[in-house]
Design a protein around this ligand. Sequence first.
Ligand SMILES: Cc1ncc(COP(=O)(O)O)c(C=O)c1O
Length: 438
Amino acid sequence: MKTPKDEYDHVFELLQQHHKWFQESIPLIASENIPSPAVREALISDFGNRYAEGWPGERVYAGCRFIDQVEFKCIELMKKLFNAEFVDVRPISGVVANLVVYTAFTEPSDTMMALSIPCGGHITMGKKRLGGTAGAVHGLMVEYLPLDYKELNIDVDRAKQRIEKLVAENRPPKLVMFGASVFPFPHPVKELADTIHSVGAITGYDAAHVAGLIAGGRFQDPLREGADVVSLSTHKTFFGPQHGGVLSWEKHAEKIKRATFPGMVSNHHLHAVAGVTIACAEMLAFGKEYTSQIVKNAKALAQALYERGFNVLAEHKGFTESHVILIDITKHGDGGTIEETLEKANIIINRNLLPWDIKEGRHFMHPGGIRLGVSEVTRLGMKESEMEEIADFIKSAIIDKKPLEEVKSSVAEFRKEYQKVHYCFENAVEAYKYIKIR
Ligand SMILES: Cc1ncc(COP(=O)(O)O)c(C=O)c1O
């Protein structure tokens, strides 16, 4: 019989095993990143045990003297990074940030346009029948933005036609959401914003994946291109920790504030707000260098995999302008099986639907694609030559079918040199060091 203390000890064993595993692995999940030791320190502060409902300075809780100062600083630094008139740092994740946008700008039964999930859209933009947040939680009628399969981007002419058709059918969109979970190229916000505004709709932009790239000046600038509101996660290309945020213009401030609180949050995870504030300072100091290395690394990894026989999509346009690459893996297996194989070699990637998968009868558990992101390996200090080595490991496991235990040992050896977080002010503690304070 296990005692409560046995169970307690077991959890710590699992946590420590996880840390050791990540020390020895190549993390290539596009939605993940590794925060600096400074951000980790903020996360274990007492802020994480407090409440601060409302706007800083106007709380309905006592004890917020220092919390308010940090949150005001977070807003100030985010405004600077994104050149935004208004910022709300209270949404606790990208999902919640999207719900804030839906609540502030639409009513249930309104029409919203976004990319479908196989085309890169996120479950927050999904239809009700798929259980997507937009449809199932906020009651929006979701219509799809058309994707040009070859360009891996929204087709501007067809998007305009679809908007006109929806207007003709008397269900004009109230919100058009740009942004995606597979987001290799900047979306045509500039090209479509006038059309969207001319039918009375709001131009939204989900920057969950690309917030860091935007802050570093390496992607697009949605607010200048016509976006009315931008939702984000703070931990994919941004420096972490896991949290969310909304950027907009002053004229929309009150609607967004109210949608966030009392609408979407009560306690908004104040330790995470402190972490985001530190991440903002790091991004201001190191963002340009970091994001330009991300794009170089993503292109280098794509090129190296392509040269080794993988069908990396969008070769004709340099594969990607962001942190992410998409591979049609059908020549070698299905996305689910490839993901499992690579995990056995300590290479952590994720399966992904390709835009045409559903039509070809493939399912999200065994899709035709895999998605790779380079934010975390870039933060660990890797450059273009390391991308070649990573491509070699992937080839050995998938194409050469080398014993996975052998690849795993080579991966662990390779990883030994990359144990520190880069692009930060202080990195005395190693990236995945397990910190014991008991
Ligand atoms: C496009 C997009 N939006 C929203 C989210 C949700 O973000 P979070 O995980 O921070 O809730 C994701 C997550 O991967 C995403 O890819």
